[in-house]
Structures are given as structure tokens and as C-alpha cells.
Design a protein around this ligand. Structure first.
Ligand code: FES
Length: 111
């Protein structure tokens, strides 16, 4: 079963008009297609995942783990997500959060 990456583009995440940072949906979709990531890590652009105050939020789900990442506020964060997903398709240890995304990991308290 492939892992699933949920990238929130909901009522807060990516809502530039609310003063939040952009979620580069097209960049993510292009990277997933270009690198054939989808068979190993399914990309899902979603509506609100719940913890809006942590925008921008993503969630990586496997059969046994849920890894939440928040404050993904720069294009570099999303490039790091792409690189992580590519590493997973190449058999890198999984699901260890890479060092550059580790500070963005959080555990939601209100879900
Ligand atoms: S809009 Fe992204 S968590 Fe609510």
C-alpha cells in the first residue's frame, strides 16, 4: 500500500488573501508526475486537515504512522517535501523525517 501525502490547500493553508503563504500545488503535481512518485507516495491536495493555526500543513500517512508537518511557509519547504518523497521512492529509510523538515513536525492536540 503506498504512503499518502496530504497537502492542505484549504480555508487557511495557501490562502494568500488571508495573509498566509502560498501552497505551490502546480509545482507539487509536476514533480510527482516528472519523478513518478505517485506509485510509492500518493499526493493528495486536500481541503482543511484541522490544525489551521499550523498553516501550511501537510500529513504523511503510512499503514502505521501519521507524520504532521506545519509552518511549511517557503518554496524550499515544498522542495524538501518533494525530495523526501523522491528519496522514499528510491528506497531510503522510511518514514524518517529528514533533518531539514524535522523542525516542522508537530503533533496536533485538538484532533
Ligand atoms: S486549512 Fe489547512 S489545516 Fe485548516
Amino acid at each position: 500500500m503506498p504512503a499518502k501525502l496530504y497537502v492542505c490547500s484549504g480555508c487557511c493553508c495557501g490562502r494568500v488573501e488571508k495573509g498566509n503563504n502560498e501552497v505551490p500545488v502546480d509545482m507539487l503535481k509536476s514533480a510527482w508526475e516528472e519523478h513518478s512518485i505517485g506509485e510509492t507516495v500518493q499526493l493528495n491536495i486536500t481541503t482543511c486537515l484541522g490544525p489551521c493555526s499550523m498553516n501550511n500543513v501537510s500529513l504523511l500517512k503510512t499503514a502505521s504512522k501519521s507524520i504532521w508537518l506545519g509552518k511549511l511557509n517557503t518554496p524550499k519547504h515544498f522542495q524538501d517535501l518533494i525530495d523526501w518523497a523522491k528519496a522514499i521512492t528510491e528506497g531510503e529509510q522510511f518514514p524518517v523525517v529528514p533533518d531539514n523538515l524535522a523542525p516542522n513536525r508537530f503533533v496536533p492536540t485538538s484532533l
